[in-house]
Design a protein around this ligand. Structure first.
Ligand code: PRX
Length: 698
């Protein structure tokens, strides 16, 4: 458990009562007391059909559903027989009900300088940032045009479109346009490397990619299009042809690469098109496709304990019902109430899908999108954005909060944060110290904090305080969302007494749950549904792969993952993914990757590597710091910068049990014992003694 050291030693007794709605500027709380929460929760799990039927009435249907749920564990079909469209629910229905001119998205670009120019440090930063506001009508027109353009490129209902873009409004347009025409989107985080793109596009059988020439990040240009070109080449070598690549002009930082000619044939059959060309030719009349409730809405790849990422499959109706409900209740979203919601996550993660886009737009509350980094150009950029736009609800990650703490209190102190009414956190356990800092310096001791526990697989929050009802404790994600029957159990499925650590499970289906791992039924079952079951009926329960405990008040405390994935700065990474990247370097014979505690990132990657002596001799190299750096850079090049190990350590052999299993626990202990993150000794680790000592323990 990567965060065991943080959470299990907690003795946290501070309790923060929910504030009064009026004191914060809310007209009311959706759920206003613990008694109301308890009654609602009890009903939601006892009578799920009527509860979810009511929630489904917040979604607009083209055709009514006739059964709330068909459940043959682990397969759920929600709102069976219904027909609807996600883009219609986020966009068109608001236009039709007379809200077309209202703001749907407020976007701010990273460069604080003249429009779309490359920022020149010191001069361009002095100017105003680029800001765009898109109304629901703008979104309707733009998703219609892009939808028609995609159809003209041959995209059909049911196809998977890969999207690899920076945080610009067109990313939202691209996702909604796919939904509009019934294509599923598979968004890949812009920080991933070419190999990650090709691997995901191939797994999804995707033939069309939407990207951008580049994206701005900390004043630099991220070469997104170049990465896509490389991925297209890799796919081509595998015999997987990408038919079309649509390229948004964003950074215009370089002339189109020589390999890029709009509309020209490349690699036999891949065509590259400028976004503005295909869209300018397209009509703005594009009806929203009527989708079945269980038609795929999107795939989102996440790391697992094998080297290959999993395509988590979400479908239309259940996901929408769950995203709108959780967004509404957790963040107390209310339309026409002067709210501006800002989730700082990248849309390339599930947090961005549910709470930058779908959940917020469904509730007709404007959503803020920011293109860049919190320290571009200065360490106060986020607070500057909150103050200038009058953000009312703000949602970010513990790793960001710890970074802000390190940067210093003066950055938020210099800004007017009085518009804030509620603040939230997600992605990993938050240490009480960071919680208290967030409460004091950002929430100004007024705003409730919602610590939301959930996963790519759950579609939306599954354990979280409802801000008007649940008193909070620093470090606890508190109580289950309505409709979530959560428990801490042992391997035998027995519920554990208060404060005893066990496995986090959900006993009943919920609408936002994943419907599968794309193309891999076996992984769907073995990852989520095979470890825990109801000891009486034998019915499988959902297992999240997290260890957690529940305290005497029934509050949940998540301790961290118990599988071979690591949370680095809130991003999930498979140890095997990083190990495969390492062994793809010719110097490496064997590699083992573990997480080690890190003050800001939560966990950082520590890689133990054995080298090939012949390679060292042939290349006249030593096992030195230069080689460590080279291997770390190699991982970043293969997977993406977020996977770059903080530490590479050479060993003469990896410690193994008699049956040949790598002793990860030992390696974690060794990694955790390291005082300094940057250790420059190049001596080899000798595990032989410790391995012998520990061999019988494993
Ligand atoms: O370990 C839990 C941790 O993040 C994992 C899910 O990661 P991912 O699918 O990338 O989704 C992240 C955003 C929803 C979980 O298994 N996690 C997420 N939120 C919390 C958390 N751990 C503790 N507290 C949280 N609030």
């Amino acid at each position: 458990m990567s965060n065991e050291s943080i959470s299990s030693t907690l003795q946290e007794h501070r309790l923060f009562a929910p504030p009064r709605a009026a004191d914060l500027g809310f007209s009311a709380w959706h759920v206003a007391s613990m008694a109301e929460y308890r009654a609602l929760h009890e009903r939601s799990v006892r009578e799920p059909d009527s509860f979810w039927a009511e929630e489904a009435s917040n979604v607009s249907w083209f055709g009514p559903w006739d059964r709330v749920l068909e459940w043959r564990a682990p397969d759920a079909k929600w709102f069976v027989g219904g027909r609807l469209n996600a883009c219609y629910n986020c966009v068109d229905r608001h236009v039709q009900s007379g809200h077309g001119d209202e703001t749907a998205i407020v976007w701010e670009g990273e460069p604080m300088g003249p429009k779309t120019s490359h920022p020149v440090p010191g001069s361009a930063y002095a100017a105003e940032p680029e800001i765009r506001r898109l109304s629901y009508r703008d979104l309707q027109i733009q998703t219609s045009k892009l939808g028609n353009a995609l159809k003209a490129l041959g995209v059909k209902k049911g196809d998977v479109v890969t999207i690899y873009m920076p945080m610009v409004p067109e990313l939202a347009v691209a996702m909604l346009a796919c939904a509009r025409i019934g294509a599923a989107h598979s968004v890949i985080f812009g920080g991933f490397a070419p190999h990650a793109i090709s691997e995901r596009a191939q797994d999804a059988h995707s033939r069309v990619i939407i990207t951008s020439d580049g994206g701005f990040r900390r004043g630099e240009v991220v070469p997104l299009q170049t990465n896509v070109e490389e991925a297209v080449d890799q796919l081509n070598n595998l015999g997987h042809i990408i038919n079309h690549v649509v390229v948004l002009k964003r950074t215009a930082h370089v002339l189109p690469s020589q390999r890029f000619v709009s509309g020209a044939m490349r690699n036999g059959s891949t065509r590259f098109h400028w976004w503005h060309d295909v869209v300018s030719r397209a009509s703005d009349a594009c009806p929203c496709e009527a989708m079945e409730s269980e038609d795929m809405l999107f795939l989102l790849y996440t790391s697992g304990s094998t080297g290959k990422p999993k395509g988590i499959l979400h479908t239309t109706a259940g996901y929408l019902v769950y995203a709108q409900m959780t967004a509404r209740l957790t963040f107390n979203l209310i339309p026409d109430a002067g709210q501006l919601f800002w989730c700082s996550a990248d849309i390339g993660w599930i947090t961005g899908h549910s709470y930058v886009l779908y959940g917020v737009l469904m509730n007709r509350v404007p959503t803020l999108m920011f293109e860049g980094a919190p320290n571009a150009p200065r360490n106060d950029r986020f607070w500057d954005i909150i103050a200038r736009h009058r953000v009312t609800q703000f949602y970010t990650a513990p790793t960001a909060i710890r970074t802000f703490m390190k940067w210093g209190d003066e950055h938020p102190a210099g800004h007017d944060l009085s518009s804030l009414r509620l603040i939230g956190t997600v992605g990993e356990p938050i240490n009480p110290e960071a919680w208290m800092w967030y409460h004091k310096h950002i929430g100004r001791e007024r705003c409730p904090i919602v610590d939301t526990y959930w996963q790519t697989e759950t579609g939306g929050h599954v354990v979280t305080p409802l801000p008007g009802a649940v008193a909070t404790k620093p470090g606890s994600c508190t109580v289950p969302m309505l409709g979530i029957d959560a428990a801490i159990v042992n391997e035998g499925g027995e519920e554990l007494p208060a404060n005893k650590g066990g496995l986090f499970c959900i006993k009943k289906p919920w609408p936002g749950m994943l419907r599968g791992v794309y193309g891999n039924r076996e992984r769907f079952i073995s990852n989520y549904w095979s470890r825990l079951k109801d000891p009486r009926t034998g019915e499988p329960w959902y297992f999240s792969a997290d260890g957690a405990r529940r305290d005497e008040d029934g509050y949940f405390w998540v301790q961290g993952r118990i599988d071979d994935v690591i949370k680095v700065s809130g991003h999930l990474l498979g140890t095997m993914e990083v190990e495969s990247a390492l062994v793809s370097h010719p110097a490496v014979a064997e590699a083992a990757v573990v997480g080690m505690p890190h003050e800001i990132k939560g966990s950082a990657i520590c890689a133990f590597v054995t080298l090939r002596p012949a390679w060292l001799i042939n290349n006249k190299r030593e096992p030195d710091d230069a080689l460590k750096k080279e291997l770390a850079a190699h991982v970043a090049g293969e997977v993406g910068a977020l996977a770059r190990p903080d530490q590479v350590r050479f060993a003469d052999g990896l410690p193994k049990t008699r049956s040949g299993k790598i002793m990860r626990r030992l390696l974690r202990d060794v990694a955790a014992g390291v005082e300094k993150i940057t250790q420059d000794t190049s001596t080899l680790e000798d595990f032989s003694v410790i391995s012998k000592l520990r061999a019988d323990e494993e």
